[in-house]
Write a new protein. Structure first.
Length: 502
């Protein structure tokens, strides 16, 4: 399936230096992955400049170079150069052209916000299935087409990878695809040229300031999904000021926006909520109609995710009955307040959760505390090579537990003890209520050794991850498996202990 330069760059302001009828057989943005016949996009990145790999790309058979400045390659007279003002945006549009705009052939739902994206995509997927649709999911836990699951490098893939994936979903005849749209993706134009049926915003709290530098820049990246470049039906949670700001800016007809939130001014809001250890009972007011139902997810923040999913369902044209039926049997989201299953637990409940931001940690902890008759112990750390400014704030947030064990998350190339020191610098107010154990397994074991029947342990930060990134190495590590093993080790000989079910 080749495309001429003319077809590839349709709709793009560019200068073609060479033959516009040249055929391109693929799109590449990493020189070492170029295949003969590809167009190579030279991207000015944060660490290096893709223009300096142009010769390498040609040596590997690239026929077209897309550049922001002409590279004048001496021995490459048969190579066409296409000059554009922004190679990332050009690549995204060319990728959409190359795969013939797959996102126009099904209903694509894009969800952005600091927390809640993965959870909401899973709820939307389930809802669409209950409505009889074929589904796809793209996000942090990976990609799913129907029931087939694959791992991916990014939450939101780079534009050529994304369009290729969307084309596969079209070929598999997906009707509804739910996709997480990260702030990096919006800033780096990974989704440019993609057509969304519905876009949704969950919330904005601190994360990724290493990349965006300011909160405002972080918001502006998210806000792009609600700008004229991405026309769609909208679902906006208005519980924070950023949701309200988005609502104010939205230039689409008012009846194409659904607002959600705890505030009664939201079109979807709760009038009654009861938080139980294994489920939640809600009565939602949905544009004046009331729906009472139970769903098998816990915690206050999941009420927001459920309302967001409800709004998305309405925007997709599903009936409220189908939406409620789906939510009543919502799936366990991997690693999101997931209760660890162990044959012996000594009456101690261990939850694994992906809280890796201050807000998520605060909310996950308050949800567990509210459900726990005894004490709550929190095991957590922070990722290396990521926003360091959130570390002391997460340290402070963890003091909402009765006791915290500070440990390693994914240290990546940083010194684990230096990350822990950053966290602990925010915990002065909790002297005596936390300790430090850099080895994550030992930290989980320590929390279990401290726990009494009726206590809960929150193991936060890594959720569904089945690995730990230490230096350049990827080690096998799954909080759920390790916690189950450590529970077994601690309580395995107490054969008469009751096992808490879920
Ligand atoms: C911060 C960030 O997102 N960086 C992305 C960015 O990297 P960059 O600008 O530094 O690129 P660069 O390394 O300078 O290279 C410039 C160009 O030269 C090319 N190159 C480079 C070396 C070479 O040998 N040959 C070559 O052609 C590169 O492919 C690139 O096109 O562009 C690269 C591809 O063009 C991405 O792979 C890279 O993602 C990095 C690996 C990353 O870790 N991103 C994470 C933080 C991310 O995107 N996370 C979000 C989720 C966040 C959330 O949870 O909310 C996600 O959506 O996954
Ligand atoms: N609506 C919400 N508000 C605040 N915190 C939430 C919300 N939903 C989930 N969380 C918390 O954030 C964590 C991550 O949730 P989820 O994976 O759904 O979010 P995400 O936006 O996909 O995150 P990421 O940016 O890492 O992909 C959960 O484990 C939970 O602790
Ligand atoms: N998508 C998030 C994941 C963080 C998960 C945490 N375990 C870490 O490694 O920091 C990020 O890239 O910031
Ligand atoms: Mg996610």
């Amino acid at each position: 399936m080749g495309k001429t330069c003319t077809e590839l760059f349709a709709g793009l302001d560019c200068t073609v230096l060479g033959n516009p009828d040249d055929e391109v057989s693929g799109i590449a943005y990493r020189s070492d992955r170029v295949r003969p016949g590809d167009a190579f996009f030279c991207i000015v990145g944060m660490t290096t400049d893709g223009h300096s790999f142009a010769q390498d790309a040609i040596d590997r058979g690239a026929k077209v170079l897309v550049v922001e400045r002409k590279v004048y390659l001496a021995d490459a007279t048969d190579v066409t150069e296409v000059v554009v003002s922004d190679t990332r945006k050009a690549m995204a549009l060319a990728a959409a052209n190359f795969y013939e705009h797959p996102s126009k052939d099904f209903a694509l739902v894009g969800i952005t916000g600091t927390n809640g994206k993965t959870t909401t995509t899973y709820l939307v997927e389930h809802m669409a299935r209950v409505a009889g649709k074929r589904t796809g999911v793209i996000g942090t836990v990976g990609v799913r087409i129907g029931n087939a699951q694959e791992k991916t490098a990014h939450t939101t893939p780079e534009s050529p990878d994304l369009q290729k994936l969307l084309a596969r979903m079209r070929d598999e005849r997906c009707d509804v695809v739910a996709m997480e749209v990260s702030s990096h993706a919006l800033d780096l134009e990974r989704t440019w040229g993609t057509t969304f049926a519905v876009t949704a915003f969950s919330n904005l709290t601190q994360d990724h300031l290493d990349y965006h530098h300011t909160f405002e820049a972080y918001f502006e990246a998210k806000a792009r999904l609600f700008s004229k470049g991405y026309p769609a039906r909208r679902v906006i949670c208005i519980d924070d000021k950023w949701g309200n700001e988005l609502l104010r800016r939205c230039s689409v007809a008012e009846d194409s926006i659904v607002t959600t939130g705890f505030d009664s001014s939201a079109q979807i809001h709760p009038v009654d909520v009861s938080y139980e250890p294994t489920h939640t009972s809600v009565t939602l007011d949905v544009r004046g109609s009331r729906y009472s139902f139970d769903y098998p997810l816990v915690g206050r923040f999941n009420v927001e995710n459920v309302m967001c999913a409800f709004g998305i369902g309405l925007q997709l044209g599903f009936s409220a009955d189908v939406i409620v039926e789906a939510l009543e049997e919502a799936p366990q989201i991997p690693g999101r307040l997931e209760r660890v299953k162990a044959s012996h637990d000594g009456g101690v409940s261990v939850f694994v959760d992906y809280a890796h931001t201050p807000d998520a940690l605060e909310k996950a902890l308050s949800s567990i505390v509210a459900l726990t008759p005894g004490r709550t112990i929190c095991v957590f750390g922070c990722g290396g090579d990521r926003d360091a400014s959130k570390r002391p704030i997460m340290g402070r947030a963890a003091l909402a537990a009765d006791h915290a064990v500070v440990t390693s998350d994914n240290p990546r190339t940083e010194d684990p003890n230096a990350i822990i020191a950053d966290i602990v610098s925010g915990m002065a107010a909790g002297a005596g209520r936390f300790d430090v154990q850099p080895d994550r397994r030992a930290a989980i074991a320590r929390a279990i050794s401290m726990a009494e029947p009726g206590d809960s342990i929150l193991v936060a930060g890594k959720g569904h991850e089945d690995y730990q990134l230490v230096g350049e190495k990827t080690l096998s590590f799954d909080d759920r498996v390790v916690a189950a093993e450590e529970l077994e080790r601690a309580f395995g000989d107490q054969v008469d202990e009751p096992v808490s079910g879920d």
